[in-house]
Design a protein around this ligand. Structure first.
Ligand SMILES: Cc1cc2nc3c(=O)[nH]c(=O)nc-3n(C[C@H](O)[C@H](O)[C@H](O)COP(=O)(O)O)c2cc1C
Length: 111
């Protein structure tokens, strides 16, 4: 069974809820674990062990939140060459925020 590790940022809880629900459903096919990126741990080992990385975040001001941008920049080398799924929650208008992190990940050579 392949390992899917999910890393989320959630200011008010919506993205945490969605990520947990999604991973519970995906656990039929994958060994899933869910991590809050603000837990301050070193996530390198958890990123390296994953076959698939899921990044989840809300849209704030039509953009990805700063903690998720920092996470991708910090762990770019560990994310590179992995299969990546990006999950975004929003209210009404994502602006460019739903795809901009995808492009950042793409620039790292991930996809
Ligand atoms: C500071 C702030 C800015 C937001 N900006 C947007 C936005 O530009 N577009 C949008 O559709 N929703 C926006 N929202 C709504 C959130 O993206 C949405 O409620 C999301 O599900 C919140 O996720 P969270 O509970 O994981 O933080 C914003 C919410 C907050 C608190």
């Amino acid at each position: 069974m392949r390992t899917l590790n999910a890393f989320y940022f959630s200011g008010t809880g919506n993205t945490r809820y969605v990520t947990r629900c999604l991973c519970r459903k995906l656990s039929v096919k994958f060994r899933t674990s869910v991590y809050d990126i603000t837990d301050k741990a070193d996530f390198s080992a958890l990123l390296k062990e994953a076959d698939i990385i899921l990044l989840a975040y809300p849209i704030y001001g039509s953009a990805p939140p700063i903690p998720m941008c920092q996470f991708v920049r910090r762990y770019g080398a560990d994310i590179a060459c992995k299969e990546v799924i990006i999950v975004v929650t929003q209210y009404l208008f994502s602006g460019d925020g739903a795809s901009s992190l995808g492009r950042t990940v793409e620039k790292l050579g991930v996809m």
